[in-house]
Design a protein around this ligand. Structure first.
Ligand code: KIV
Length: 275
């Protein structure tokens, strides 16, 4: 409570190049969400490689049923808090619902997240249709993570939170989208709720790091919502989430155990995966 994150010793900041090297070396990238400075500092010093201010803050911080109500001002506010806690971890911030519906709007909002919020990269929920936007951001020097598979901002179109990419046509479409977005300049692909075999194929065919959530073990890294893996989120725990607080002496120990489990490949286990 009394530690000033700014006063900790300077640690080398992870870059996109460092994450790409981890993929090339077959290492696993451990990622988590954070929404405030104290948890950000805990994650950073526990060895988390990438911290995301997810628009999941709409659910776990604001108590909404979906991420749709989250605004740009919300994202900027939480990014500023998280940035103060980070020294080493690569820092990614979500673009909220309808904040990237045209290339110009996407660039103006990405600029806010980077200049006011300190983001090193923005994440948007994509499909092949977002290639023009990703390309425009890329041309303007904005690193982009493209989020494929289940895209929670589309929940009202999808009719619920369901596994995506099942069946040959849907799987092929997701692979094509991933390749298109990579070609447009996406620097990281994130796959949410995707069958294990499809996620493995996309990871093999994509050169940039692929981070999974509910996408099985054969991707380059894992991400979870912090409050889910610490068993704070009320309600039913999704199948792909392990409760890392079980048997842990503290939240720090739980996060360290997550980092170790991602690195040694023991998380996700078969019970966390989808066919
Ligand atoms: O908003 C979020 O926290 C996310 C993760 C679930 C990847 O997008």
């Amino acid at each position: 409570m009394y530690t000033q994150p700014e006063n900790r010793n300077q640690t080398e900041k992870l870059t996109l190049t460092a994450l790409a090297k981890m993929k090339a070396a077959g290492g696993k990238i451990a990622c988590l969400t954070a929404y405030d400075a104290s948890f950000a500092a805990l994650l950073d010093t526990a060895g988390v490689d990438l911290v995301l201010v997810g628009d999941s803050l709409g659910n776990v911080i604001q108590g909404h049923a979906t991420t749709v109500p989250v605004t740009m001002d919300d994202m900027v506010y939480h990014s500023r808090l998280v940035q103060r806690g980070l020294q080493r971890a690569f820092f990614v911030v979500d673009m909220p619902f309808l904040s990237y519906s045209t290339p110009e709007l996407a660039l103006a909002n990405a600029a806010r997240l980077m200049q006011e919020g300190g983001a090193q990269m923005v994440k948007l929920e994509g499909s092949g249709h977002q290639a023009e936007i990703v390309s425009y951001l890329n041309q303007n020097g904005v690193p982009v993570c493209a989020h494929l598979g289940l895209r929670p901002q589309n929940v009202h179109k999808l009719g619920g939170f369901k596994v995506q990419g099942r069946g040959e046509a849907a799987g092929r479409q997701m692979l094509e989208d991933a390749l298109l977005l990579e070609q447009a300049g996406a620097d990281i692909i994130l796959l949410e709720l995707v069958p294990q075999a499809l996620a493995a194929e996309i990871t093999r065919k994509i050169k940039v790091p692929v981070i999974g959530i509910g996408a099985g073990p054969d991707v380059d890294g894992q991400i979870l919502v912090l409050y889910d893996m610490l068993d704070i989120t009320p309600g039913r725990r999704p199948k792909f989430v392990r409760n890392f607080m079980a048997g842990a002496a503290s939240p720090r120990a739980a996060v360290e155990s997550y980092v170790n489990a991602v690195r040694d490949g023991s998380y996700p286990a078969p019970e966390h995966c989808f066919d």
